[in-house]
Design a protein around this ligand. Structure first.
Ligand code: AMP
Ligand code: MG
Length: 407
């Protein structure tokens, strides 16, 4: 069986996946989700002209001649706190104390900041202005940020904290977003145990399930722990049937390679409409994708590094597409090998676990993060990137390489 280029595998999965429907949720729960509606400013923001500084509202023409050497004295005609309004318009020769965010009183056209004035204490009846100010000085006009009717955001926007701030500014309580997929994670294999108890002969601890649940959560999706499955056809079949009812997408790890007890493969062949892939990458060559009872399922390989790498390269972008994202790729950078990173030709792209850092000259550099076996999770745990090393003999120090950033 010839190996499938990674881009073809990604495309095959990507093109099958559809975005979830939309729901309406409180704005405070919408961070990281994808907007499903247009957002239009219904009112001017700010709604009224207000001051950007603490100081005195004045008529700029009254203090044209003011300077530190010859201050101009004005009568204090009141105080306007944020949230209050002036009791009457400002008249010639007057100033009103005004706090940041308070409405500019009628009659005033500028604010002189408190630092450019002197008064004889809080009860003073006059203020000395030590400088002139231009008309509109420190005045933030109504609609200075947004004019009523402005179309601000369109469907497809990924919601950040600043968007949530804008929703609140506009008086939105709820917002329509693409649903967050619930992603169920199974682990499979008779050799697996969880928890601290002593390992029996041939046993290892289940690391894929906690790792995949964490990867799902880190991507902003909703993880659902569907537990561990023994290598037993009937149990696996029932669990996949039940699991597919509870979640929007399924991840399994293990049981999809060529072994005698790889029953996940047998059951998926029976229940699912599956693509079996041998991808031209190392680690994570075997991969299965399809639908089981209407739900997308990703059959990840069992080795811990392989399952994480196939999640990163194929499942994660597809799951983000379900959540409405159009840009589903991790950030990547070109980096210079800081040491030789050698490999042998085998027709595959190697995703080497690396440490990438910004060097003093500004160019990112990479070194191997440690052990590179697909069972050697320690190397992945020490890595913050996956370097895509093309087929061939690897890199010499100073060679350029594309690195997918994991953090
Ligand atoms: P399999 O594809 O089921 O043959 O698994 C391949 C390798 O991955 C074997 O060495 C398994 O023991 C190991 N493996 C499978 N699932 C897990 C898991 N959940 N946690 C840790 N190792 C696993
Ligand atoms: Mg197994």
């Amino acid at each position: 069986m010839s190996l499938l280029p990674l881009a073809d595998a990604q495309q095959r999965v990507w093109s099958t996946i559809e975005s979830m429907g939309t729901i309406t949720i409180p704005i405070g729960e919408s961070r990281g989700m994808v907007l499903g509606q247009n957002v239009v400013a219904k009112e001017n923001i700010p709604p009224f002209a207000n001051t950007g500084m603490d100081g005195f509202a004045v008529r700029s023409e009254d203090i044209t001649d003011a300077s530190a050497d010859s201050p101009v004295e004005l009568t204090i005609a009141g105080t306007i706190a944020a949230g209050a309004v002036a009791e009457r318009p400002l008249e010639a020769g007057e100033a009103m104390r005004i706090m940041t965010g308070a409405p500019i009183p009628d009659g005033a056209d500028a604010v002189i900041m408190v630092e450019l004035t002197d008064t004889d204490g809080p009860d003073a009846s006059t203020v000395r202005c030590n400088a002139s100010v231009a008309p509109r000085n420190h005045v933030r006009p109504a609609g200075d940020d947004l004019i009523a009717g402005t179309e601000l955001f369109e469907p497809g926007v990924v919601i950040t904290p600043a968007h949530i701030g804008m929703f609140a500014t506009l008086g939105l309580e709820d917002v329509e977003v693409v649903q967050r997929p619930r992603v169920g994670v199974f682990s499979t294999g008779d050799e697996l145990i969880t928890g601290p108890q002593a390992l029996g002969p041939g046993q290892i601890r289940d690391s894929n399930r906690p790792q995949l649940l964490a990867l799902v959560a880190e991507a902003g999706l909703e993880p659902v722990d569907l537990g561990w499955l023994p290598d037993d056809e009937a149990v696996i079949e029932q669990a996949l049937r039940d699991g597919s009812q509870k979640v929007d997408a399924l991840l399994t790890s293990g049981g999809v390679s060529m072994g005698d007890f790889d029953f996940v493969k047998t059951i998926l062949q029976k229940l699912g409409d599956m693509h079996w892939m041998q991808i031209a990458i190392k680690p994570a060559k075997p991969f299965a994708f399809g639908t089981v009872l209407g739900k997308p399922i990703f059959g990840l390989p069992g080795n811990p590094v392989s399952s994480a790498v196939s999640f990163e390269l194929i499942a994660r972008p597809a799951l983000l597409k379900m959540m409405g994202y159009s840009d589903t790729q991790r950030r990547s950078v070109w980096a210079l090998a800081d040491e030789p990173i050698l490999r042998s030709p085998d027709g595959k792209t190697h995703f080497t676990r690396v440490r990438v850092w910004e060097s003093v000259d500004g160019a990112p550099r990479v070194r191997s993060a440690g052990a590179q076996g697909s069972h050697q999770l320690s190397g992945l745990a020490l890595a913050n990137g996956l370097a895509a090393i093309p087929d061939g003999d690897g890199l010499q120090a100073g060679d350029r390489v594309r690195v997918i950033l994991l953090d």
